[in-house]
Design a protein around this ligand. Sequence first.
Ligand code: KG4
Ligand code: ZN
Length: 340
Amino acid sequence: MSSQNIYILGIESSCDDTAASVMHNGKILSNVIANQKIHEEYGGVVPELASRAHQQNIVPVVHQALKKANVTKEQLNAIAFTRGPGLMGSLLVGTSFAKSLAYGLDIPLIDVNHMQGHILAHFIDEEGYEKPPLPFLAMTISGGHTQIVKVNDYFDMDVIGETIDDAVGEAFDKSGKILGLGYPAGPEIDKRAKLGNPKAFKFTKPKVDGLNFSFSGLKTAILYFVQKETKANPNFVEENLNDICASIQHTIIGILIDKLKKASKETGIKHIAIGGGVSANSGIRQALKDGEKKFGWTTYVPKFEFTTDNAAMIAIVGHLKYLQEDFAEQDVVASARLKI
Ligand code: KG4
Ligand code: ZN
């Protein structure tokens, strides 16, 4: 098998983004995403609407990815798809599509764990991007996940910490909802936090053993705080919005950095990579930079388009599995709770 000329089509449909990407020898040729706007009015992802939108989007998105890459279906060496974790209805669309395409083209099918995708996105060949050396710590933070993973090798990973309730992105989004912000609220909280005082209000950090996280208590604390303050001053939120956002963001970052510090100390690993939509947050990026000076970390933050849900990260896992000839059978099934 030639390792010189490998074309992989990656397909991602685990949540609310339908995405396809074509990769050549570890380099991205195209990375197409159809975001589903429909969920905004509901303030969160509605699973049934998500799977219907995937059904509408998947053919045009794959078509566009091939076209942008200037690659024909016949040139593809394998089809990689997200098998899980994620929303079952959404996963089924990508899984069925990938299976049929691989069968029709008579090429290998490669099943991908979405969480490994977020982590292995750091190995996409990008000019000027230094890949983390093994072993390293990966923190995946998004609307659906919060995990710290010890990455020993591409396919040898230990989850050493994860959330026991809400994901960190949910903490941003649910806090934003309490403040009357639109969905998703993370980017707006980030923007306002830059204009506010992070020490204006104090929210207690949850006490969770080990390297696990909890964010649901914070959301409740913010709700009670806002209710109490608006009783005294009905304009409290609008008069203090930037300070409230800065204080919430400061608390969330504190929680994440505390656990990273602990994980780094316990494992002795100072190479730290982050991924997931929340890694776009300017406060967390700054806190990681500070960690380089304070704790001797080397930090790795991939390009934004590879941190939010995307198919390039699925294609890179496909590429690495292709090199190991680790293929799936046609009877592979989607798995909503797939573990690393
Ligand atoms: O990875 P992603 O696009 O989708 C999944 O959830 O898998 O992440 C979306 C999450 C949302 O919760 C959103 O509010 C959050 O990432 N987010 C941010 C920022 N940009 C996106 N949170 C804080 N600060 C940001 N700048
Ligand atoms: Zn994700």
